[in-house]
Design a protein around this ligand. Structure first.
Ligand code: WTA
Length: 703
């Protein structure tokens, strides 16, 4: 949630200074005629068709891209606003739309090409027919295990084809899947099992990561234990084998609880399960994400709205045609992978590449070798990967003869520098780039260009997808006009089909977090009263393009992954010697932002390297390796206001080597200089003139 600003005038000055420094207008890049000629969406009138005056009926066009078992009667039912019901009255099945309906034309075309991390291991090509067979077998198995529509099943799976197969098998029966990113720790998985009330965990024994075969089953044991401690029993752990028929983990199987999926499936060969005709608004999956509190929230997405939205945006924005070879180098464990590796591409009969491992393994040429070998022509990744590949192998793309027609970036703001390398070197000045801004809660793209219609502008996500009507509000709820150079809170005026339905088990938090700030009539059934607060700061240039400034809540976007500061701080506090912990975001050349941690020790505890190591380890165990702090500083005391609140903003300035500003009103101003010396050394290392990025400047502003 956005917090009210304390001193509005002071803040305005900060953001204007910043804009002057960082917001040089960039030149436009035009899509090529060749791209435009073949694009799925090249009708500039599409924006008239999707104008607010045509809302919500315009979205029939999206629903029409799906195959329905029974037609819907109402495009948008707002009777329980802001719990939107899209395409109410319809009956549909996501698994049918992604798999069965492709068989007539594309049975023998690859649905997935799985590329294992070890380069010597062969690709696995899975046709739509094979996908259909496997999904049916797994669905039959799940049904016989007693699972039924509405049950939740947690997955903790790596990037292997068994993950989408199991997702689609659940979708076939109406079982709600909840995939936890494979890189999250067992404990993090356990808390999500508990929150979703899953009695079944699906995992894999091992997977390849950076040249090592990781024992992943070990995490399942931790997850089940953690869930139990929270009060949720897991009856069954279904373990896929990375190499079927062989167990590749050291951790023993637990008799009566753990079963090898590959063994169970022997009884299901050739079994078929009819896809269940489910109500449009039945939940399809949960995706946990971080927010202001220490408790991750399960974004609940419903079948028809979500699927129609990712199908249409895959077609129009990613420009997927069935004959394309499309590669989204993200993880299915995040929303990007759900929407744009699995559901959207398959609903468009795409061939979607699944890569198991690290982009830079064994070297920074790997992605381009894969692209050349498989003939990938649409490429999708995050700025972090772009920065990393650029740093390690700026000339690598030139060595390979692939040709992309279209490229996407997602997950964080991309600096114009990195954008240009992506365009010039990776895209060889032929490919269009769409910078797609959106989030877990929104199901699919919000801010983007439509690549054959709009020019590209490095560093800006563009205007918005058809039917998305953004508005920037200031703290008072007044609209911030375009071209004003002022930043504000990015909102969407209208609901859209991809929007989440609620936070699993916490309807109040859903209303409060996303609508609490700007809704003035809490009982209103009119969608116009419910602008959606996205959680990012943004500026709109005179040409209508948005530039996203980053999160306005207590979330740090580390390498495109959302981490809650409260989650990190609670992880630190699991070390008993720690009295207080404060985490701040620090600019990082590759990862965008990384967390740095400040801890104060309990009285009488001497500082030591061993304690620092334990704090790092606590973060790895409670959250996962992605939450590893860059530094942990043991400080004599936290800078605090007179009322005892920790001033994270001061710590953020120190970590980012900026001027701390006026600290004389603090309860303990002297400690600030002590901490500064501890972090920066005796010499003043500040570059006071250069303003901080908005998300860091505002970080922990009101404590
Ligand atoms: C950030 C990922 C700038 C933003 C799809 C958002 C971006 C958060 C962009 C959501 C972009 C995502 N430009 N920032 N193109 N895309 N973000 O939920 O801060 O993992 O709020 O969803 O990532 O992260 P999430």
């Amino acid at each position: 949630m956005v917090k009210p600003r304390m001193k509005t005038t002071e803040q305005t000055e900060v953001s204007e200074a910043q804009i002057a420094v960082h917001w040089k207008e960039e030149a436009y890049y035009q899509p090529s005629e060749k791209f435009k000629a073949q694009a799925n969406m090249r009708d500039p009138h599409v924006f008239d068709r999707f104008g607010l005056d045509k809302f919500p009926d315009c979205f029939r066009e999206y629903a029409d891209m799906l195959t329905w078992f029974e037609p819907y009667h109402t495009v948008l039912d707002t009777s329980a606003a802001p719990f939107w019901k899209w395409f109410a009255g319809g009956k549909i099945n996501a698994s049918y739309n992604c798999v069965d309906r492709q068989l007539a034309t594309y049975a023998n075309k690859a649905a997935f090409i799985f590329v294992p991390e070890p380069e010597a291991e062969r690709d696995v090509v899975m046709t739509y027919q094979e996908l259909y067979d496997r999904v049916n077998e797994v669905a039959a198995m799940l049904r016989d295990l007693g699972l039924k529509g509405g049950d939740r099943v947690t997955f903790h799976m790596p990037m292997v084809p068994q993950l989408p197969i199991t997702m689609l098998a659940c979708a076939r029966l109406g079982i709600i899947h909840s995939q936890v990113f494979g890189g999250f720790s067992g404990q993090a998985c356990g808390s999500r099992i508990h929150d979703s009330g899953s009695r079944v965990l699906v995992t894999m024994d091992s997977y390849w990561r950076n040249g090592a075969l990781v024992d992943h089953k070990a995490n399942a044991d931790i997850a089940v234990r953690a869930a139990k401690e929270l009060g949720q029993d897991v009856d069954q752990v279904l373990v896929w084998q990375r190499y079927p028929g062989k167990y590749s983990a050291k951790t023993p199987m637990v008799p009566g609880r753990d079963v090898f999926v590959d063994d169970l499936l022997k009884d299901y060969q050739g079994k078929k399960v009819e896809p269940v005709a489910l109500p449009s608004e039945a939940p399809l999956f949960l995706m946990y994400s971080s927010g202001t509190t220490g408790k991750p929230k399960g974004a609940q997405h419903g079948i028809a709205g979500y699927l129609s939205y990712v199908t249409a945006t895959s077609k129009w924005i990613l420009d997927i045609h069935p004959e394309d070879i499309y590669w989204c180098m993200a993880d299915i464990g995040w929303i990007t992978g759900h929407s744009y590796i699995v559901y959207g591409p398959l609903a468009n009969a795409a061939t979607s590449v699944l890569y198991e491992g690290v982009p830079t393994f064994p070297d920074a040429g790997r992605p381009w070798r894969i692209a050349e070998r498989l003939g990938v022509n649409i490429f999708h990744t995050a700025p972090t990967a772009i920065r990393m590949l650029r740093k390690l192998g700026p000339q690598e793309p030139r060595k390979y003869k692939y040709h992309f027609k279209s490229m996407t970036t997602v997950g964080e703001p991309i600096e114009p520098e990195a954008w240009r390398w992506y365009y010039d070197e990776v895209g060889k000045q032929e490919a269009v780039i769409t910078d797609t801004w959106w989030m877990t809660e929104t199901g699919g793209f919000l801010g983007t260009t439509v690549p054959a219609i709009h020019a590209m502008k490095p560093g800006s996500c563009g205007p918005a997808a058809p039917g998305i009507h953004p508005v920037i509000y200031d703290e008072t709820g007044a609209e911030v006009p375009k071209g004003s150079g002022k930043a504000g809170n990015m909102c969407i005026r209208n609901p859209w089909p991809g929007i989440m339905q609620t936070i699993w088990g916490d309807h109040d938090r859903y209303v409060k977090t996303y609508y609490g700030k700007y809704n003035k009539h809490p009982r209103s059934k009119d969608w116009r009263d419910w602008p959606f607060l996205c959680g990012d700061g943004a500026v709109q240039a005179a040409d209508g393009y948005y530039r996203i400034l980053g999160r306005i809540d207590d979330v740090i976007n580390v390498a495109g992954h959302r981490l809650g500061t409260k989650e990190i701080e609670s992880a630190c506090l699991t070390v008993p010697e720690i009295a207080e912990a404060a985490v701040v975001p620090v600019q990082d050349e590759l990862k965008g932002r990384v967390p740095e941690v400040y801890v104060a020790l309990k009285p009488g505890v001497p500082p030591s390297q061993a304690l620092i190591d334990r704090v790092v380890k606590a973060n790895e165990e409670v959250i996962g390796k992605i939450a590893r702090p860059k530094h942990v500083y043991i400080v004599p005391d936290m800078p605090k206001t007179r009322s005892g609140k920790i001033m994270r903003r001061v710590l953020a300035a120190i970590s980012n080597r900026r001027d701390v500003g006026d600290v004389t009103t603090l309860a303990n101003p002297d400690v600030v200089e002590q901490i500064r010396i501890l972090v920066q050394g005796k010499e003043k290392a500040t570059t006071a003139q250069e303003a901080l990025p908005e998300d860091i400047a505002k970080f922990g502003q009101v404590e």
